[in-house]
Ligand binder design. Structure first.
Ligand code: URA
Length: 252
């Protein structure tokens, strides 16, 4: 009878599960996670002997990659990305999508091996510039976008017509946006110049700031997001990215 043998194997493997599950990944999956290539492409790449693990060429996709192993593809070391948090200065004319046939996307500016794993934290319109966060951590971005958490975003708007104290009062009271059943949450409008204002909102409705000004009979000519929570762009130029610091990540 081999039952005892099978039984003992099961027990041993069970005891090893934490190590196996946490620290080991198949090589073909590791390749596609780190480079964005499909599993099929990964298999072909391996068959062409282009990949080494800890110095040895490995051709089998099912081979395990232990934690900390040095995986090299054509001379380039590949590494899995853990949770990643980036700040981007979105220029006008760039779109918040992973792919677009007609426009530069946020991800055209970022040289990530596997951009499909990333998303923008909320969106800015094609014509809006400013601070945009990008991450692969869905829980973190939810804390910023969910109305329940009330994270304040600050926008600077250039307007077609003068802004008035009546507008300040209307923004503070809540506005009826065309097509929306509910009034907007109270928002702060700060008059900066005759046709320039800062708007502080805690929601993220579709084209919210443009529609808020439309609701008071004005028109946004230029819109720039200056701040998300306590974060602002600082010296970051349009089209530039930088990684957030641990303290910045912990703000949300
Ligand atoms: N409100 C807008 O109208 N557009 C944006 O991009 C962001 C907020």
């Amino acid at each position: 009878m081999r039952t005892d043998h099978i039984y003992s194997r099961v027990v041993v493997e069970y005891a090893e599960i934490p190590q196996l599950v946490l620290y080991i990944m198949r090589l073909d999956r590791f390749l596609s996670e780190t480079t964005g290539m499909s599993r099929k492409e990964a298999t072909r790449t391996l068959h062409r002997s282009e990949v080494s693990v800890n110095g040895d060429v490995v051709k089998k996709g099912a081979a395990h990659v232990p934690d900390g192993a040095e995986v090299v593809w054509n001379g380039v070391r590949l590494q899995l990305l853990g949770p990643t948090y980036l700040m981007f200065h979105k220029p006008v004319g760039c779109i918040c999508a992973n792919d677009d046939p007609n426009h530069m996307t946020v991800f055209s500016y970022l040289d990530l091996p596997n951009p499909d794993k990333f998303h923008t934290v909320g969106r800015l319109d094609l014509e809006t510039s400013g601070l945009l966060l990008v991450t692969n951590d869905g829980q973190w971005s939810h804390r910023i976008t969910s109305p329940k958490h009330g994270c304040t975003k600050v926008y600077r708007a250039q307007l077609a017509d003068p802004v008035s104290e009546a507008d300040v009062a209307a923004f503070a009271k809540g506005l009826q946006l065309r097509g929306d059943p509910k009034l907007t949450e109270p928002a702060e409008l700060v008059i900066v110049g005759e046709k320039e204002a800062l708007v502080k909102v805690n929601e993220g409705r579709y084209h919210q700031v443009r529609r808020m000004f439309a609701a008071v009979g004005n028109k946004v000519l230029e819109l720039h997001r200056e701040q998300v929570g306590e974060l602002s762009l600082g010296e970051l130029e349009p089209g530039e990215f930088r990684a957030l610091t641990d303290a910045e990540i912990a703000l949300f």
